[in-house]
Design a protein around this ligand. Structure first.
Ligand SMILES: [Zn+2]
Length: 96
């Protein structure tokens, strides 16, 4: 018989760096580079440790930002390969 206490999901996330502090959601300026250009994003959600200052960007927001900043987003190449190469009939047409 196992008697396990079911832990409710904790609201505070313990810091993976110092493991003593807690991560809190804060809105900071995010810096990134796109094609050599520095881009700053104000009020970007990030998890910051209240003890050591460890910062972890919100993965969802970061992912979303990368999609937005991707110059190739929204473009689709509609090229279709024409025909299938490599399927030739040998009907005995011999050159020479
Ligand atoms: Zn910490």
């Amino acid at each position: 018989m196992s008697d396990k206490d079911q832990e409710a999901a904790p609201k505070a996330i313990s810091c993976p760096d110092c493991q003593a502090g807690n991560l809190h959601l804060k809105y900071l300026t995010y810096f990134t580079q796109v094609e050599g250009e520095l881009i700053t994003v104000p009020n970007f959600p990030a998890w910051v440790c209240d003890l050591c200052g460890y910062r972890e960007d919100d993965p969802r927001a970061e992912n979303w930002l990368h999609i937005l900043l991707n110059p190739r987003t929204g473009r689709r190449s509609l090229r279709k390969p024409r025909g299938k190469p490599g399927r030739t009939r040998r009907d005995g047409a011999q050159p020479g």
